[in-house]
Design a protein around this ligand. Structure first.
Ligand code: NAD
Ligand code: MG
Length: 385
């Protein structure tokens, strides 16, 4: 039996992970699972999986969790420190699926103690990519990407890293692909959250509508694979069937196709290096008809240009980019700024970010870069555009 833990178990990726693990009770010994604030769901998951430990991130929810787990023998804990302690419990495989910058330290704790880190939390790579990669190397931890595009790229490269010429990330285009700029200026959080193909958490769904998610994935690609910024391309593919492609030096292109179901990439990481039978729909190409591709409009989706700028800046610009984007998203959700203002906030923060003295291998430096960028994002929004 493999010892496994799942952080962010109550979220979209987390629930899909729990679904796969729960189908094979004889194969997995579940050590720790965590949630943010949903005590009822976390307790139900812990009982279903007979986990040793359940951790709720919000510390005032400890007694609720203890009550929900009373008599089960499952240990309950709460708060940030308890969460980081749980991530440091040695296991064979752990999923890092907390959303946002809060996931970085969890990924680092897993990387120091676990054989395989299944990484959904893209912010870990965008903000602290060099640090996370070094931590994995120092502890001989295998990092497996769970983001669907990066799982696809990993599967297409299949070890032939040195022969890669280009990486082509696909983007669905989100709910505003055919919208005018004027309509996008007025877009509400309710409109932005409605993703046409993928069923995801609220924050990543809105990031998909603005293409900030794709911009994050470009930065993630840069941090994960040995490619330069000019080797990374983004193409719109509205059907979300091709999850990404890799072009090799002989002109051949490998593409990864599958249904838009996160249990594909999660299951790949869970079973790697094997492939296992997964409960996902099988593609029917006749029913699909055509797969289409188109270039994206950089004016409609300024996030991609900002990702390019972030890669050129280097240092901890990724941490500033992510923090500004997260802060801007909070302001958009609070209806204090408009949809397209999110990119304006990130642009203003990057313009004020100095990366010259960044220590990219120091977690405190990453945390400081994040904190500074959040303050600057608030100031930029306050000043107006
Ligand atoms: P989500 O919002 O559905 O779930 C996030 C999880 O983290 C929940 O368990 C939540 O309770 C917990 N959480 C939130 N804030 C926390 C905090 N401060 N401390 C501890 N726990 C906290 O998010 P999601 O859509 O599952 O995404 C998780 C991560 O995976 C993100 O980084 C996202 O970008 C990435 N990702 C998601 C998808 C997807 O299909 N949803 C696809 C690719 C990558
Ligand atoms: Mg993705």
């Amino acid at each position: 039996m493999r010892r496994v833990s799942v952080f962010g178990a109550t979220g979209s990726v987390g629930q899909n992970t729990i679904d796969l693990i729960a189908r094979r009770p004889d194969d997995f010994d579940v050590v720790a699972i965590s949630g943010g604030a949903n005590v009822a769901l976390l307790a139900a998951q812990a009982k279903l999986l007979r986990a040793d430990l359940a951790v709720i991130a919000q510390d005032d929810l400890l007694s609720d969790l203890q009550d929900a787990l009373a008599g089960t023998g499952i240990q309950a804990a709460a708060g940030r420190c308890a969460l980081l302690d749980a991530a440091a419990i040695p296991v064979d495989w752990a999923m890092s699926a907390v959303v946002g910058f809060a996931g970085l330290e969890i990924s680092l704790a897993i990387a120091k103690n676990t054989r395989t880190l299944a990484l959904a939390n893209k912010e870990s790579l965008v903000c602290g990519g060099a640090l996370l990669q070094k931590t994995c190397a120092d502890h001989q931890t295998r990092l497996l990407p769970v983001d669907s595009e990066h799982s696809a790229i990993f599967q297409c490269i299949a070890g032939a890293d040195k022969l890669v010429e280009r990486v082509i990330l696909t983007a669905s285009g989100g709910p505003f692909l055919k919208s005018s700029l004027a309509a996008m200026e007025q877009a509400t959080p309710e409109q932005a959250v409605a993703h046409p193909n993928w069923d995801m958490g609220q924050r990543i769904s809105i990031d998909s509508a603005s293409m900030f998610n794709k911009a994050m994935e470009v930065l993630e690609t840069h941090a994960l694979f040995d490619v330069t910024p000019d080797q990374i391309e983004v193409i719109i593919h509205p059907q979300s069937i091709v999850h990404s492609m890799v072009g090799f030096t002989d002109g051949a292109i490998m593409a990864h196709l599958g249904p838009a179901d996160m249990r594909g990439p999660i299951g790949f990481a869970l079973n790697w290096p094997e492939r296992a039978d997964l409960p996902v729909e099988r593609l029917d190409f006749g029913a699909l008809g055509a797969l289409s591709f188109q270039h994206l409009d950089p004016v409609q989706f300024p996030a991609l240009g900002l990702a390019e700028q972030t890669m050129q800046m280097g240092g901890l610009a990724g941490a500033a980019f992510n923090a500004a984007k997260e802060a801007a998203l909070d302001l958009f959700l609070a209806r204090q700024i408009g949809f397209l203002d999110m990119a304006r906030v990130v642009r203003a923060v990057l313009a004020q970010t100095d990366v010259a003295s960044n220590d990219i291998l120091c977690v405190e430096a990453v945390i400081a870069a994040d904190a500074i960028a959040r303050v600057k994002a608030g100031e930029a929004a306050q000043k107006g555009f």
